[in-house]
Design a protein around this ligand. Structure first.
Ligand code: PLP
Length: 376
């Protein structure tokens, strides 16, 4: 429940999360499994709540760090968890092995060290081999794939479960996407026929742009949270935004002509206007780079942000109808109008991912349509 005084909150619809999961399953067909990407606090939506909504319905959860995996396990999540990391230190391997997390390995030397460490410890680790098909971030490079396969096949302590790669531009560059997929397929042909692996590559964009890449499992993030990766692809997605953000009008005043608004000041009034101060700032994730550019919705109408986004507050131009205590929509729908994550990203000069993951800890998350109790 939102209290009357709450200054900023995110409404998170677990029902829309389920709808999006269903849409993804329809899109990929019954034979392909889903590994939701829950890293960065499930793209700002709250990893534990999202995992509780999906637990038992998907094959695997994907997180980036050991701490993210531990948070889910401590909350009682049963679905296996893959840490894409990379985890490089034996203390991390030890914890991952103890908690039965899947470890991603994308470097031959690290694979060797892991195999040796497991031999000394007499322990087993379940691993997914990451192959670099063009991103040059993490992943075994193509000339080293044979060596990696050799180690994975011969070490009795490595339980080889999966093999994967990651697209660089599957939303906008079909040629490069195809090239990357072809490289991955060549790698897959090298796997000895007696070894059954879970093969995965597709992210949210590849759900619609390259069907062949769905393989055994897909790893969607953004689409699961209800956004298409690029506005040009939106007709192909039938997903529902999971998060909407609202902020309260905390003050309204009349500002005469010729006055500066906010730090700098980066805005000057041309005439007398009414200005509302809203309870959201860059400490809550409202991007400072959207200064003088962004819009919000109040009473179903677009209102311009005036001047600099400050740490806790923003100022917007309003009319006589707006009062203290009214609700502004920062992300989401009010009446017939929408502010999308793409709008915010464009105003801020960034990408939708950064907008979502930066929604700060002061933004109270309010979960609607719970499918499971969130625990104590
Ligand atoms: C390895 C990996 N797989 C899948 C994803 C999900 O991508 P998207 O949110 O575009 O679906 C990410 C996100 O960054 C990733 O790093």
């Amino acid at each position: 429940m939102v209290k009357e005084a709450t200054r900023v909150w995110a409404e998170i619809s677990l029902k829309n999360l389920q709808r999006n999961l269903q849409w993804i399953q329809q899109r990929i067909g019954p034979g392909v499994r889903i590994a939701p990407v829950l890293k960065a606090n499930a793209y700002g939506h709250g990893a534990v709540h999202v995992a509780q909504g999906l637990d038992g319905k998907v094959a695997l959860f994907v997180v980036a760090t050991l701490e993210e995996a531990l948070e889910l396990q401590e909350a009682g999540i049963q679905t296996p968890i893959l840490i894409i990391g990379p985890l490089w230190h034996p203390t991390e391997w030890e914890a991952a092995v103890e908690h039965q997390f899947r470890i991603s390995i994308g470097h031959v030397e690290q694979l060797q060290r892991l195999a040796e460490w497991l031999r000394q410890q007499k322990k087993n680790a379940v691993v997914h081999l990451q192959v670099d098909t063009g991103m040059n971030r993490t992943g075994v490079l193509l000339p080293e794939v044979d060596a990696a396969i050799q180690i994975l096949t011969f070490s009795p302590f490595l339980k080889w479960e999966g093999i994967y790669s990651h697209f660089v531009a599957s939303d906008l560059n079909p040629g490069l996407t195809r090239e990357q997929f072809d490289r991955f397929q060549k790698v897959l042909q090298k796997i000895p026929p007696n070894i059954q692996l879970v093969r995965h590559m597709a992210n949210s964009a590849a759900l619609v742009t390259l069907r062949e890449s769905h393989l055994d499992m897909v790893r969607p993030g953004l689409a699961l949270y209800g956004w298409c990766p690029h506005p040009s692809l939106s007709p192909q997605y039938a997903v529902w935004p999971v998060m909407q953000i609202r902020a309260r009008v905390l003050q309204v005043k009349t500002v005469p002509a010729g006055q500066g608004i906010g730090y700098g000041p980066l805005y000057r009034t041309q005439k007398e206007i009414r200005v509302a101060t809203l309870g959201i700032g860059y400490a809550d994730g409202f991007p400072r780079s959207a200064t003088n550019r962004a819009e919000v919705l109040i009473h179903g109408k677009r209102r311009k942000v005036l001047g600099s986004v400050t740490m806790d507050l923003i100022m917007v131009e309003v009319d006589e109808t707006v009062k203290v205590g009214d609700i502004a929509t920062i992300l989401g729908k009010d009446g017939d109008e929408w502010i999308t994550v793409h709008d915010l990203a464009t105003w801020a000069g960034t990408i939708p991912y950064e907008i979502l993951v930066r929604v700060g800890p002061r933004v109270q998350r309010i979960y609607t349509d719970r499918t499971k109790s969130p625990g104590p």
